[in-house]
Design a protein around this ligand. Structure first.
Ligand code: EPZ
Length: 432
């Protein structure tokens, strides 16, 4: 296949995005459902034998991969064209997540807790590292062991089994989003009460908890650092609407900021983006917030540089770090960005430097001196949010930027070139 790449062990078409920069973005778009809520919630459907309906599911590569994984286990999945997915997990035949799927999407680890909770066994391939870091899953495993599961790591697989999980008091050494979600889901069918301390507080964790409660689970405290789950005998059916994707929303807000434009995001939830909105206002943006929209207006101004330090929610999200590196590249002044969550999440900086950005990386800190203009260059995406950062840089750069390996983008952004064109960007997908 011309231009194919052995992406994650499978031949994938290597499309590119061609972006002609310099146009201030203007207009309105609708934010899609949150990828990082859809993935755990789809996995959580394994917990019930009753029909599950999930609405506002984003049409993303990672969602398609999760659905393929569920189908490989015997789960019946049907979806209509309105982004609604119907799931029937009454006849699960396989309790196994194979390597070829897990390595294309680490979030496959989210089937581990539901499988052990409902079937007493699971074989899930270890996800391994990725471009942004080692991404260990020790906290997921230790939590299951604390709940009585026997876990062995053999031939690259996590083999877990338990007659029935037993509630435990678990204190996470590190705040882990999917670790919190995995163990919260596992605990819904355990005998007795589970307490998760130092739990992740992300809005997506709350959305997963609401989904579980809708199925009849007894969960309280989601959104705080302490979540209590009292196990029940079985879970029922639910119809759940996925919350809006705050990282997609934040990415388009930065697209407006970096091009000096004015953009309105419909179906966006501003209370999930507080830390990002504070920084955009510091950069000189005027922000108007409504019931279900956020509007940003740069009034044609160049953004001012901002200092960022990524921390777990409600702090500044690491998934918005690359986008702010792009904005700082052309901002007025010096901006310092400190990445405290992942150990290797500055790969986009190397590509921004090829576009003329002035960065100095010192350990987990990137110091950026803004330049008036970036110059277009062929650049390569390395991970999902890095690719978003490069697209944003292309929107601001002089000339035509070609972003390669944009299958990374398609993992987390629904129809990105369509939404950007709706805002007046000159962008198109070109086959290799
Ligand atoms: C989730 O990943 C998100 N993915 C990531 O979004 C996001 O960047 C990350 O949380 C941090 O907010 C999904 O929700 C599907 P973590 P997750 O466990 O859960 C360490 C995107 O772009 N850790 O919260 O895998 C880990 O190394 C993706 O949409 C352990 O040490 O991240 C990291 O330093 C990228 N042991 C820190 O915790 C463990 O067992 C936070 O990781 C688990 C994690």
């Amino acid at each position: 296949m011309a231009g194919a790449s052995i992406g994650c062990g499978r031949l994938v078409p290597v499309d590119k995005l061609l972006i002609k920069g310099g146009t201030p973005l203007r207009g309105a778009i609708t934010v899609s459902g949150a990828k990082n809520a859809a993935l755990p919630i789809l996995a959580g459907s394994l917990l019930s034998a009753e029909p599950i309906v999930i609405k506002n599911v984003p049409q993303l590569k990672d969602v398609a991969t999760m659905i393929t994984l569920l189908q490989s286990m015997g789960v019946q999945v049907t979806f209509d064209d309105k982004l609604n997915v119907e799931i029937d997990a009454s006849k699960v035949t396989e309790r196994r997540a194979p390597y070829d799927l897990v390595k294309t999407m680490r979030a496959s680890i989210l089937v581990l807790g539901p499988l052990v909770a409902r079937y007493g066994e699971a074989a899930v391939s270890l996800p391994g590292g990725c471009a942004i870091g080692a991404r260990p899953v020790n906290l997921h495993v230790q939590g299951l062991q604390a709940m009585g599961a026997e876990v062995a790591i053999e031939n690259g697989f996590i083999l877990a089994r338990a007659e029935r999980l037993v509630g435990a008091h678990i204190v996470f050494d590190t705040v882990t989003v999917t670790g919190t979600e995995n163990l919260m889901m596992a605990a819904t069918l355990a005998r007795g009460e589970t307490v998760l301390e130092n739990a992740a507080r992300e809005p997506e964790v709350i959305d997963v908890a609401n989904f579980l409660i809708g199925m009849g689970a007894d969960v309280s405290g989601a959104g705080s650092s302490t979540i209590r789950i009292r196990g029940v005998e079985q879970l029922g059916n639910v119809e759940h609407v996925i919350l809006p994707d705050r990282i997609e929303a934040g990415t388009y807000l930065v697209a407006a900021a970096i091009t000096g434009g004015k953009v309105r995001l419909n179906q966006a939830s501003s209370d999930h983006l507080e830390a990002v909105l504070v920084k955009l206002r510091e950069a000189g943006a005027e922000i108007i917030i409504g019931e279900h929209f956020i509007e940003i207006d740069m009034k044609g101004r160049r953004p001012s540089a901002v200092d960022i330090r990524t921390t777990p929610y409600p702090g500044f999200p690491t998934d918005m770090q690359a986008q702010f590196c792009a904005m700082n590249s052309i901002a007025d002044g010096v901006g310092t960005i400190k990445e405290t969550i992942f150990e290797n999440r500055f790969q986009h900086v190397l590509e921004l430097q090829r576009m003329g950005a002035d960065f100095e990386i010192e350990g987990n800190t990137a110091v950026c001196r803004g330049v008036e203009k970036l110059t277009a260059a062929p650049v390569m995406a390395t991970d999902l949010r890095a690719s978003a950062g490069l697209v944003l840089a292309g929107l601001a750069a002089e000339g035509e930027t070609l972003v390669d390996r944009i299958y990374h983008v398609d993992r987390g952004y629904e129809r990105i070139e369509e939404k950007l064109r709706q805002l007046g960007a000159e962008i198109k997908r070109v086959p290799n």
